[in-house]
Design a protein around this ligand. Structure first.
Ligand SMILES: NC(=O)c1ccc[n+]([C@@H]2O[C@H](COP(=O)([O-])OP(=O)(O)OC[C@H]3O[C@@H](n4cnc5c(N)ncnc54)[C@H](O)[C@@H]3O)[C@@H](O)[C@H]2O)c1
Ligand SMILES: O=c1ccn([C@@H]2O[C@H](COP(=O)(O)OP(=O)(O)O[C@H]3OC[C@@H](O)[C@H](O)[C@H]3O)[C@@H](O)[C@H]2O)c(=O)[nH]1
Length: 346
């Protein structure tokens, strides 16, 4: 709320968040927690929902516009009394009574976030504003899934949270990386100005079952190509690096961050770093030794290196990843084989 001081200037005053709505206590079923997951029909979101639903005292609401997500990812929960699925675009306000908000809604694959960049930036900025407005109205704690892309093409390696990044503000990736940077800013401004409880996770490349087969990201591309007997398309120069985190580790990190006492930002990722050529060779060795590796053109502003410093996650959340790339890839292969209808050759 703004008030006038003696010299007529507007000053911001801090007020505590409101107590939860009385509606919360008038229901037949009394959940300990009602949790909203935006983007819950997507890859990470649906795994997060699975984990949250394991707790019988949780009620989970998913809001998703199905741009890159699908009801199929949530099919085991549809009709469950503690679960609700709403077709909703976060660029529009949402009125629900919840205690926690995991705000994931945003396309994550570069192919999809570049498809309609204006919509991507609206999702990041207006979508995050709407979810913060909701958090403020109902006094909910809100977690934003930010990204390692806030570090841009990093000049510091590996990347600690204190690094401010090297981001092109007018490039083809800016709708996503600058969008997430503004989303982080909004989170901290609502926290400082309105006392909202915030959590920010900076997620590094995550992979696992349920990624869209034609998602366009590197791990899903390579596994689908290996199973279809197509060449693995390594984008030039092939020496660029990424650090890949298995989705169950990611979900565990996100829940620890939400439940813990620290706002973040905190990097959540697996520090095991690989070049794209090394990743292709690993997929070839594990899934289909007969395929070719083909070098293809890259896209503009592709970050040349990426690896998280996870000291904060270890010390503040007691979290570190458990699944190594060589163990995670076969789990994803199994899921892709089922969906593509390709059985293992004996
Ligand atoms: N997977 C990764 O490697 C990675 C890395 C860094 C950050 N993240 C972040 O994690 C979150 C989830 O990523 P993911 O890999 O599961 O991606 P995903 O594309 O599978 O899931 C995103 C979900 O958000 C939904 N969505 C998109 N725009 C929306 C809108 N305007 N309103 C409502 N729903 C909308 C999609 O339909 C989809 O279900 C994203 O915020 C992403 O930026 C992911
Ligand atoms: O077929 C392919 C696809 C991609 N690549 C390369 O693989 C690397 C990773 O590319 P991806 O498209 O999987 O993902 P990026 O690392 O560029 O962005 C990712 O990281 C941060 C998240 O926020 C984003 O959600 C995610 O898209 C890039 O260097 C790209 O050039 C290939 O070599 N071949």
């Amino acid at each position: 709320m703004a008030k006038n001081s003696a010299n007529g200037e507007h000053q911001a005053t801090k007020k505590p968040p409101p107590t939860p709505s009385p509606l919360r206590f008038s229901k037949f079923f009394q959940p300990n927690m009602r949790i909203l997951v935006t983007g819950g029909a997507g890859f990470i979101g649906s795994h997060l929902v699975d984990k949250l639903m394991e707790n019988e005292k949780n009620e989970v609401i998913v809001a998703d516009n199905y741009f890159t997500g699908s009801k199929d990812n949530l099919k085991k929960w549809i009709g469950h009394p503690r679960f609700e699925l709403i077709r909703h675009d976060v660029t529009e306000p949402l009125l629900v009574e919840v205690d926690q908000i995991y705000h994931l809604a945003c396309p994550a694959s570069p192919i999809f976030y570049k498809y309609n960049p204006v919509k991507t930036i609206k999702t990041n900025v207006i979508g995050t504003l709407n979810m913060l407005g909701l958090a403020k109205r109902v006094g909910a704690r809100i977690l934003l899934t930010s990204t390692s892309e806030v570090y841009g093409d990093p000049l510091v390696h590996p990347q600690p949270e204190s690094y401010w990044g090297n981001v092109n503000p007018i490039g083809v990736r800016s709708c996503y990386d600058e969008g997430k940077r503004v989303a982080e800013t909004l989170m901290f401004d609502y926290h400082r100005q309105h006392g909202i409880e915030i959590r920010i996770a900076r997620i590094f490349n995550t992979y696992g079952p349920r990624m869209n087969i034609d998602d366009g990201r590197v791990v899903s591309n390579f596994i689908a190509q290996a199973l279809r007997d197509e060449p693995l398309t390594v984008q030039l120069p092939g020496t660029q690096t990424r650090s890949f985190c298995y989705v169950s580790d990611m979900v565990d990190g996100l829940i620890r961050l939400m439940e813990g006492e620290h706002t973040g930002p905190i990097n959540i990722g697996n520090p095991g770093e690989f070049t794209m050529i090394e990743l292709a060779e690993t997929v070839k060795e594990l899934i289909n030794p007969n395929i070719e590796i083909k070098m293809v053109e890259n896209t503009p502003d592709d970050p040349s290196q990426r690896k998280p410093v996870i000291t904060k996650a270890k010390e503040l959340l007691g979290w570190e990843p458990k699944v190594k790339l060589r163990d995670g890839l076969p789990l994803m292969e199994e899921d892709f084989r089922l969906r593509l209808g390709v059985s293992k050759k004996e």
